[in-house]
Ligand binder design. Structure first.
Ligand SMILES: C[S@@+](CC[C@H](N)C(=O)[O-])C[C@H]1O[C@@H](n2cnc3c(N)ncnc32)[C@H](O)[C@@H]1O
Length: 319
């Protein structure tokens, strides 16, 4: 556990909080889009509607923009990460970082960290793959590491439990033309975004996105494979969700789960954990504990594996 004193840490905390505020406000105010093209200081002032030289200095000092030939432009790496070809939505990740800071304060003040529907969309976007070539490369690597899943869904049915905005399922659907999927998402506002994204990539005929509590889904031995976004399911919903998945899979059908986050003992971990726990969510539950939880629900472990993208367990409904 890190144990620097507040006196030692305070200036870096102050700077970190202010720098994140700078970046998130730049995103919100549209600077990150405007500065995708090279702009003169006068153009930036025109865009701002007020003096912007100090703002530009701060952007420069924080590596948000670079200057060349008297013009200012987004840092090339940041521009790549913000582009539509990037595998994850960096703008949503910036917004989520600012949201997490507010949630830490909420928990300290009240013991709870409620999120609005709009914020749930931000959280779902921040963890979702964008269905594009970069993400298809990532899903290809996952499916190569988990051939049981690839075989099951290539021309089969996938149950996507906790779909969020559909990062995995939509990317997989654009990769595997024979895949049909049902996605379950509790929040109608989040499911609506997933449906828009499904329409944008032309897979609405094969991906059925339902706004409902996964625990209430009734299917019997209909699915070849399931993917459960377990880190986002509060404790009191997990046993019933696993019972639903077990019933919905055909005998021998596979369940894939992933460990998210690592409790590395760093001070930052304690903040992410206090927010997760205030929402009833497990934080960084180790894969071994996830296996114990799923086996207790009636699944059989096929194997666990560790790839660049994380720790994964593959289980099945007993034959
Ligand atoms: C953030 S997404 C996970 C990422 C997603 N699978 C992807 O590939 O992009 C997890 C979602 O699970 C949803 N969720 C939590 N509890 C649920 C439940 N009981 N039934 C259905 N969805 C639930 C949350 O609303 C959240 O949007």
């Amino acid at each position: 556990m890190g144990s620097k004193s507040v006196t030692e840490s305070r200036s870096s905390w102050e700077h970190g909080a202010q720098a994140l505020a700078l970046l998130d406000a730049a995103r919100e105010r549209g600077y990150l889009d405007f500065l995708a093209e090279p702009r003169t200081a006068a153009e930036v002032t025109g865009f701002a509607g007020h003096r912007a030289d100090d703002i530009l200095d701060a952007f420069l000092a924080h590596g948000i923009v670079v200057a060349a030939d008297g013009k200012f432009q987004l840092d090339p790496q940041l521009a790549t990460e913000l582009s539509p070809g990037a595998p994850v939505d960096l703008a949503a990740q910036i917004t989520r970082a600012a949201l997490l800071a507010r949630q830490v304060a909420d928990v300290v003040r009240t013991g709870a960290a409620p999120v609005s529907a709009e914020e749930s969309i931000v959280i779902a976007r921040s963890v979702a793959l964008t269905p594009n070539d970069a993400s298809r490369g990532i899903v290809t690597a996952i499916l190569a590491a988990v051939p049981e899943m690839r075989t099951a869904i290539e021309n089969g049915r996938l149950l996507d439990v906790g779909s969020g905005v559909g990062g995995f399922v939509l990317t997989a659907a654009t990769l595997l033309p024979g895949l049909r999927a049902t996605s379950l998402e509790l929040l109608p506002e989040v499911a609506a975004v997933a449906r828009e994204r499904a329409a944008a990539v032309g897979v609405t005929d094969r991906v059925d996105i339902r706004a409902q509590d996964a625990r209430d889904f009734t299917a019997d031995a209909e699915f070849d494979s399931a993917f459960w976004a377990q880190p986002f399911f509060p404790e009191q919903t997990r046993a019933a969700t696993l019972a639903m998945i077990l019933r919905a899979l055909r005998p021998g059908g596979t369940l894939v789960i992933q460990q998210l986050d690592d409790d590395n003992g760093e001070p930052a971990t304690t903040l992410a954990r206090l927010v997760a726990h205030a929402q009833g969510l497990p934080f960084a539950r180790p894969l071994a504990d996830l296996v114990t939880e799923t086996v207790a629900a009636g699944f059989e472990l096929i194997r666990t594996l560790e790839i660049d993208l994380g720790r994964i367990a593959v289980l099945r409904r007993p034959a």
